[in-house]
Design a protein around this ligand. Structure first.
Ligand SMILES: NC(=O)c1ccc[n+]([C@@H]2O[C@H](COP(=O)([O-])OP(=O)(O)OC[C@H]3O[C@@H](n4cnc5c(N)ncnc54)[C@H](OP(=O)(O)O)[C@@H]3O)[C@@H](O)[C@H]2O)c1
Length: 264
């Protein structure tokens, strides 16, 4: 579906996009006419993704591990090399290992902090520098999780570390707004990807049930009665990553079928 987002020839970087949420976002931007760089850490998976996306428009793959500073620097440099600049950054990440708080060791926290705190902050800095060239500004969209409002016990590292993304969004929206860079976040609920399958399998193993039973129980909790699709989430990402949202900055938008109960 074309949303008429005014993205024709916009230069977009989507991280962690070889599958799932990132892949859905990259596809949606291409359909809107944007030129896209997709990143992930596994070169083979990334090649399969860019092959699948290529019929939709101009797409380039850059393999880089979001946990590594050298890779983040190279990712930005190669993105600007391919596209001639950067208008929109969509930051998606890989997932830390699921588990309760008492199951997590120092290495788990170290890994999660790199992936969910250090990497988005550093990449945002590099992306902002690229967007400031030419003075047109840009847009950043950070994917985080409903777990930052209502922590999910079985993904403890995620529930804790992803809160930093909310601070990042608000901090950057204030500092970069005067420079015409808008910064927003999205809090997905449950979106049908391999990650959700992993979380459901983990829950089933803990409770001695089945992934199917866990899925049914989860869907009873969601007011709209179902898990969302990557395409539904991608529409919100394109909204915030385009000029359709020209007066929105510092927002944290849940896309969760009504799952969050808390106010504010
Ligand atoms: N699905 C949901 O319902 C949901 C809800 C809230 C939050 N989230 C979070 O949103 C993010 C994306 O979720 P998803 O459901 O799309 O997961 P997914 O289907 O498992 O995809 C994860 C993506 O991250 C890439 N990736 C993993 N580690 C990476 C690294 N170190 N550097 C660069 N790319 C890396 C993977 O590609 P490679 O293997 O090729 O690197 C893959 O493309 C995750 O952080 C997830 O926890 C998901």
């Amino acid at each position: 579906m074309v949303l008429e987002a005014g993205l024709g020839s916009a230069r977009v970087l989507v991280t962690a996009g070889s599958q799932g949420i990132g892949f859905g976002a990259a596809r949606a931007f291409l359909v809107e006419g944007a030129r896209v760089v997709v990143n992930s850490s596994n070169a083979d998976r990334l090649r399969r993704a860019t092959d699948a996306l290529a019929p939709l428009g101009e797409v380039h793959g850059v393999a880089a591990d979001l946990r590594e500073k050298g890779d983040l620097d190279r990712l930005l440099e190669e993105t600007v090399g391919h596209l001639g600049g950067l208008d929109t950054l969509v930051y998606v990440t890989g997932s830390p290992r699921p588990g309760l708080f008492l199951e997590q060791g120092f290495a788990d926290w170290d890994e999660a902090a790199r992936l969910l705190v250090v990497s988005p902050a550093y990449l945002a800095r590099r992306a902002a520098e690229a967007m400031l060239v030419g003075g047109k500004g840009g847009r950043m969209v950070f994917l985080t999780s409903v777990a930052i409002r209502e922590p999910i016990p079985t993904i403890a590292t995620s529930s804790v570390c992803r809160i930093a993304v909310a601070g990042l969004v608000r901090t950057l929206a204030r500092e970069l707004g005067p420079k015409k860079i808008r910064v927003n976040g999205i809090l997905p609920g449950y979106i049908a990807t391999d990650r959700v399958d992993e979380v459901l399998r983990d829950a089933a193993r803990r409770k001695g049930t089945s992934p199917e039973a866990e899925r049914a129980a989860l869907e009873r909790e969601i007011p709209l009665g179902r898990i969302g699709s990557p395409e539904e989430l991608a529409r919100a990402i394109v909204f915030l990553g385009s000029e359709m949202s020209s007066y929105v900055s510092g927002a944290l938008l849940p896309v969760d079928g009504g799952l969050l109960r808390s106010v504010g």
